[in-house]
Design a protein around this ligand. Structure first.
Ligand SMILES: Cc1cc2nc3c(=O)[nH]c(=O)nc-3n(C[C@H](O)[C@H](O)[C@H](O)COP(=O)(O)OP(=O)(O)OC[C@H]3O[C@@H](n4cnc5c(N)ncnc54)[C@H](O)[C@@H]3O)c2cc1C
Length: 483
């Protein structure tokens, strides 16, 4: 009897679990999932902080989730998948404004001079202007503000100024970009705006706001036991189908021998695979590869950078901190980018304790990456005071660190990624997918979708259908992150 092909999935975040979920339904293959940590879910997992449930930063399941995936999640979680109203706010010009941003609040809740600038941008920006081609001499818009240089090459900054004018950029998008990705917006590729900012213009924002006024309130889905419940449910379904998980097994070597992939882990175990689906960071895969690698691929692997994040969890003695689920803090004077209160996400009964999660983006070389819990607590307290928020007594502090939180799209990332991508596509029966594997800004539903699609490219005889995968990748290219 012919041996069934062995498919190995690297990484058990949403992408890896999505692929495993689809493949585990099949009885014509053997399947193994290898994961570095002892828990599945990747960046989308939940953790416990002194008995309270929290996520790795604010995580919600967006209604933009593809219907077939949402239906699977609903099937896996049943009544545990809650539909919740959005209830966040953003600090702009030392005032709190409802988030997602609502034009009426920009017009009436901010200092008059700033509101006037927003009003002007709204009048000018009802329809976005065409994006000028680099170097084209079309920068003669008499109404354009100084600072919108239409002669410049497209960057994150001029792409967003084209869509929204200068005020929203000055107070929100630019300082937030610098904080999240560690680069000034003029040093960030324009494609970042396409991936991260769903609204095409102030008109789109206004239309959404109108729908809100008409009763279509923004909402999200959230599991009763934390965001990670989605992925523990996927893991359970995959295990129940008989799939083997190798958890706590960081991959340390990847090689090819006699048509098979040979995968070695830190504990010394070795796995052989006919098809290898990797959701590991692509630069890491190049680093682990024990086959020939051209100098240009080696160089590209050193050029792609990820922004890291320190998460500071403060357990406080209070029924709730504020009525808001998340506080967005774009201002450069503040260190945190967002502070959320997970209890609001799942409408849990309030006890006399709640936990806050403060997100601090940074680079691993920065002192803040290895700062002590005391120093980090001081930073969060300082930010809250600056926002006129008083903190009830803190009873516990916990710090978590995400090494690869965001891919950094500097102005040359695309060339480095293309080099690495074309190398990995040249590996027969191998696919790199997911947030880390395709170096994309995404939501967990995008990562799941990539996993589903990668699994569907594994044919009945084992080989990976590269042509079908290329078609799927063209579809993912249009994905935009929902905040
Ligand atoms: C602060 C923050 C907030 C977010 N908020 C939201 C949100 O509200 N809604 C939403 O939908 N999405 C959100 N996201 C995005 C979401 O977290 C990701 O889209 C999703 O986790 C990506 O899944 P993935 O499987 O592609 O990658 P990951 O989640 O990064 O999983 C990759 C897996 O590979 C494993 N791995 C790495 N190296 C090795 C190795 N050498 N050997 C074996 N395994 C390895 C890792 O341990 C990990 O488990 C947020 C992300 C961040 C950083």
């Amino acid at each position: 009897m012919k041996k069934r092909p062995h498919i190995v999935i690297l990484g058990a975040g949403p992408a890896g679990l999505g692929a495993a979920y689809q493949l585990a339904k099949r009885d014509d293959i053997d399947l193994t999932v290898i994961e570095a940590t002892s828990q599945t879910g990747g960046t989308s997992r939940s953790i416990e902080v002194k008995g309270l449930q929290a996520d790795l930063g604010s995580h919600r399941l967006h209604p933009a989730c593809p219907p077939h995936i949402l239906s699977d999640i609903q099937g896996l979680l049943g009544d545990d998948l809650l539909q919740r109203p959005r209830h966040g706010r953003i600090r702009l010009a030392n005032r709190w404004v409802r988030f997602p941003v609502h034009p009426l609040h920009l017009l009436f809740e901010l200092p008059p001079r700033l509101s006037a600038r927003f009003a002007k941008d709204m009048c000018r920006g009802i329809w976005p202007q065409k994006n000028p081609s680099p170097g084209s001499a079309t920068g003669s818009d008499p109404g354009s503000d100084p600072g919108i240089s239409q002669l410049d090459a497209p960057t994150y900054r001029n792409e967003l100024e084209r869509r929204f004018g200068t005020a929203l950029n000055e107070y929100f998008y630019s300082p937030y970009a610098k904080k999240l990705w560690g680069l000034p917006p003029e040093k960030i590729a324009a494609v970042q705006a396409e991936k991260r900012v769903a609204a095409g213009s102030l008109f789109t924002i206004a239309r959404k706001s109108l729908l809100t006024l008409l009763g279509k309130k923004p909402f999200f889905y959230y599991p009763r036991q934390g965001f990670g419940q989605i992925f523990t449910a996927y893991e359970k379904a995959v295990r129940d189908a008989g799939t083997h998980f190798a958890l706590g097994e960081p991959v340390t070597q990847l090689a090819r021998a006699a048509e098979k992939f040979r995968i070695r882990t830190k504990t010394g175990r070795q796995f052989e695979a006919d098809v290898c689906l990797s959701s590991l960071p692509l630069p890491l895969v190049a680093h682990l590869w024990k086959g020939p690698l051209s100098p240009s691929v080696q160089h590209a692997a050193t050029q792609l950078r990820y922004r890291s994040m320190v998460l500071v969890y403060l357990v406080i003695q209070a029924r709730q901190f504020t009525e808001f689920d998340a506080h967005y803090l774009p201002a450069s004077e503040l260190t945190c980018s967002r502070i959320s209160e997970p209890a609001h996400y799942r409408a849990s009964a309030h006890s006399n304790r709640t936990v806050l999660c403060a997100e601090i983006p940074c680079n691993r070389e920065d002192a803040i990456w290895s700062a002590t819990p005391e120093i980090l607590t001081g930073i969060v307290q300082h930010d809250l005071e600056d926002c006129d928020l008083s903190l009830p007594p803190i009873t516990h502090v916990q710090v978590e660190r995400i090494e690869r939180a965001y891919p950094v799209y500097d102005l040359s990332f695309a060339d480095s990624f293309a080099e690495l991508d074309s190398w990995s596509q040249g590996l027969e029966n191998f696919a790199s997918f997911g947030r880390q594997g395709l170096f994309v800004h995404d939501n967990s539903h995008h990562a799941l979708e990539m996993g589903y699609e990668a699994a569907d490219c594994v044919s009945a005889t084992g080989p990976f259908d590269q042509a079908r995968w290329q078609e799927a990748r063209l579809r993912f290219a249009g994905n935009t992150v929902e905040d």
